[in-house]
Design a protein around this ligand. Structure first.
Ligand SMILES: O=c1[nH]cnc2cc3nc(NCc4cccs4)[nH]c3cc12
Length: 372
């Protein structure tokens, strides 16, 4: 059976809501942050680390997995869950975004996108059907439709034509999914339309009319201002059905997560926590800590005084600074663990706040302490 969304509680003062997404691979409490495991690993984390920190679902990227290790190995492994020994839900992006943001000299047509691998320059052709086929080989629990994510300053005409093609691609992918995917696999439609509300409304209405298992808001967190993101988010989210999950793609920083959940979004993902960890930056209850700063040279206190994660319970800022300065892999690992834990714990606190009709109080308290 495809996923079922169970709405549990709506916040009294905002559009925020608590729910559970029931999937064949397990239940997902929402609102939820989804760690990104691009090529079948959330960088430096074992699956036990992920379970210990409370990760309920992780992402895999169709584009990356298709190129390496490739679908031959993926199929022989019996899919990504078995390959990486992760027995909880996996959501996969459809490859469209990565083709446009990573591949070389890509050529877009009505049928699909021709591109060259950013790894070895080999030539490939993705279509909406091919994208679903690859996500089936991965055994993805929640699949994304093949779409074009246009950048924030694309012209109205380009966005209109692209959005209309993305709708045609969505229908093709849905038809292929109905005929070829396993009944336990779910498929989301992706709403595009750039920064233009009339195009967003058409995209939302036409995508919802195709009756997907859930809906993503695409084309955001691609360089637009925070005000633009919030404006489009608050306009688009209410156009999506209440009884299905809503996913804001590529989000993000704590404030973007708060704004998304306040608008009624249930799911979000971003490479941010592990990416900034590898550069020596931590998210803490008192804001970002750039651990390389000399300030922390003799600071033997925990990274985040309010965090009970493995990193904060066992190591000091001085030690973490030493590891990062010495370019020790353990530094990246301990900061990645903490950053992911921080966002997952924040989501748990948000769920609790919504249950008590105190989402806005928690947001205010978090923002003041974080320094927003
Ligand atoms: O419209 C989209 N369609 C399918 N995948 C996406 C992923 C996305 N990720 C971001 N932002 C986060 C980023 C990650 C790396 C560069 S930007 N925005 C995104 C938009 C889309």
């Amino acid at each position: 059976m495809p996923l079922k969304y169970e709405l549990i509680k709506k916040d009294k003062y905002t559009n925020a809501r608590v729910g559970v997404i029931h999937t064949a691979s397990g239940d997902i409490p929402t609102p939820i942050f989804m760690p990104v495991g691009t090529v079948g690993t959330v960088k430096t984390m074992t699956v036990d680390d992920l379970k210990e920190m409370g990760a309920k679902i992780i992402l895999g990227n169709t584009y990356h997995l298709y190129l390496k290790p490739g679908m031959d190995i993926m199929k022989k492994a019996g899919g990504l869950h078995k390959f990486m020994n992760w027995d909880r839900p996996i959501l996969t992006d459809s490859g469209g975004f990565q083709v446009f943001s990573l591949a070389d000299n890509r050529k877009i047509s009505e049928d699909g996108v021709m591109f060259r691998s950013h790894i070895d320059g080999s030539k490939h052709f993705f279509t909406p059907e091919k994208s679903i086929e690859i996500q089936n080989d991965i055994h993805s629990d929640i699949m994304m439709s093949f779409d074009e994510c246009v950048d924030a300053n694309a012209s109205y005409d380009y966005v209109k034509n692209s959005m209309e093609r993305t709708l045609r691609w969505a229908k093709r992918g849905l038809d292929y999914h109905k005929a070829n995917s396993h009944p336990d696999q779910s498929l989301f439609g992706i709403v595009q339309g750039g920064m233009f509300k009339d195009l967003r409304e058409i995209s939302a209405r036409e995508t919802v009319a195709m009756d997907f298992d859930g809906y993503s808001i695409g084309g955001l967190s691609v360089g637009e201002t925070k005000e633009e993101m919030i404006d489009i988010l608050n306009f688009t989210t209410p156009l999506l059905p209440e009884d299905k999950p809503r996913y804001n793609m590529g989000v993000g920083t704590p404030d973007y997560l708060f704004e998304s959940f306040e608008a009624g979004i249930d799911m979000a993902d971003c490479v941010l926590p592990t990416r900034i960890a590898r550069n020596g930056t931590a998210l803490t209850s008192e804001g970002r800590v750039v651990i390389k700063n000399a300030t922390y040279k003799e600071d033997f206190s925990p990274l985040d005084p309010e965090c009970d994660c493995y990193t904060c319970s066992n190591y000091s800022r001085a030690y973490l600074r030493h590891l990062v300065n010495a370019k020790e892999i353990l530094g990246a690992r301990l900061l990645s663990y903490h950053n992911l834990y921080f966002l997952l714990k924040m989501c748990e606190n948000i769920r609790e706040a919504i249950m008590n009709d105190s989402f806005l109080d928690y947001k205010k308290e978090f923002y003041e302490k974080y320094g927003y």
